[in-house]
Design a protein around this ligand. Sequence first.
Ligand code: PLP
Ligand code: COI
Length: 351
Amino acid sequence: MFQKNSEITGTESIDWKTLPFGYLKTDFNIRCTFTEGIWSELEVSDSEYFPIHIAATGLHYGQEAFEGMKAYMGIDGKVRLFRWTENAKRFQISAKGILMAEVPNELFHEAILKAVKLNQRFIPPYGTGASLYIRPLLFGSGAEVGVKPSSEYTFIVFVSPVGPYFKEGFSPVKIAIVRDSDRAAPNGTGNLKVGGNYAASLRGIAKAHSFGCGSPLYLDSKDKLNIDEIGAANFFAIKNNTYITPKSDSILPSITNMSLIQLAQDLNLKAERRPISIDEIESFDEVGACGTAAIISPIGEIKDIENNKIYRFCINGQPGPISLKLYNTLVGIQNGEIPDKHNWTEIIELN
Ligand code: PLP
Ligand code: COI
């Protein structure tokens, strides 16, 4: 029914194994508008552009939220989504948090299925380490000049084939503690996936890069005593056979992290979600970053430039054994190599 985008060359020219985490044009995206209390039918577009009102609240006041999820090509040739209902729920919580209309589960599901099916030639093959990233976004598209919620919302879903977020893949990454810029405030929007948090994180990312590191490690913005999260990923550590991850109201509740807590317990580890003091870093056996984009990225170095300290992990450059086991289990479930005993995946019927 829909003609593939003739401007895009065949996918044979894509080197799936070296794909960066970035944007690559695909054939179609999905759009939908909320006006006067009603969501319109989903519309399929082959344009990468969207006409937007110059006074849209999304543009001026950052009334915008997004999600990040992936479709995985399995060992059995089947395509799987991972815990999409959790993304739908978080998208609704983000929308509510900045007074936007919420996208109902059925509409969210229909839109992501359509986006994946219509762009199925861009789903990276099994075994390449790449996957099809799905980016739902929602923003105030109605005109306002006063600071108030929009009367109209636009929901868009586009996809892009991606490699891992950290160029190192499943090899140790370096991160740097950044204290002089915060991504989130106490009682702010740090627990929501809203665009403003990412704008606020750009200075911290630039600072981490200037220290030769891939991402910033943010501490709690009030006291700078406890670990919050890492750029666009949650933090976890392993110590005494225990999976430990921060409890904080200003971090994004990561679906990957939530899954790793369960997988750690399945592997007979204890799991703790609690405040983690920066002083505890030295006592950890393994540390890592986790998220849809980051998957699990073992951390090899945490630099604390202000205090002239470097914490080192992954001796001999190898990820720790528990991080490796968690990585293999998570990725194995997503790729259909390991039985999905928690019913986390949904197979997409391609036609
Ligand atoms: N923290 C932040 C700030 C993020 O942007 C993300 C990515 O979504 C995560 C953590 C990881 O969350 P998830 O595992 O749900 O992708
Ligand atoms: C994800 O992990 O899905 C993210 O959304 C990270 C992204 C902000 C780069």
